[in-house]
Design a protein around this ligand. Structure first.
Ligand SMILES: [Zn+2]
Length: 112
C-alpha cells in the first residue's frame, strides 16, 4: 500500500469513491455489471448443487420448485425392470428435482 501524504487538516483519505460514499453515510452506488457477475456466480453455484442424475449436467430451474435437466442429449433417468418372462425392460423418466422450500426461495430470487 502506498503512503499518501495528507494535506494539513486532513485526517483520512479514501482510495475509492465507494469508500468515500460509505464514510459519508451515503448509499452505495448500485453497479449493474458487478451485480450481474455476482448473480451469475450465485446461479452457477446453485445449479452446480443440482446435478442431473442421468447425465451429470447441471439442471435448469423451471419454475416454482422444479429443476429439470435440459440437456438435449440426456435421455433421462434409466429405469430397468423385468417383465413376467424375465425380459429386462429399460425405460427413461424425465430427470427433474423438486426443491425444498429454502432451495425454491433461492431459485426464485436468483433466476427471476
Ligand atoms: Zn440429464
Amino acid at each position: 500500500m502506498k503512503n499518501y501524504r495528507l494535506s494539513s487538516g486532513t485526517k483520512e483519505h479514501y482510495t475509492s469513491l465507494a469508500d468515500l460514499r460509505e464514510a459519508w453515510g451515503m448509499k452505495p452506488i448500485v453497479k449493474k455489471t458487478s451485480d450481474k457477475e455476482k448473480l451469475a456466480k450465485q446461479q452457477e453455484k446453485f445449479v452446480s448443487k443440482h446435478i442431473c442424475r442421468a447425465c451429470g449436467q447441471p439442471m435448469t430451474f423451471i419454475h416454482g420448485n422444479v429443476m429439470a435437466c435440459k440437456n438435449l442429449k440426456c435421455k433421462g433417468i434409466e429405469i430397468k425392470r423385468e417383465d413376467k418372462e424375465g425380459n429386462v425392460i429399460t425405460s427413461y423418466i424425465n430427470s427433474c428435482e423438486i426443491l425444498n422450500e429454502k432451495g425454491a426461495e433461492i431459485a426464485n430470487n436468483i433466476f427471476n
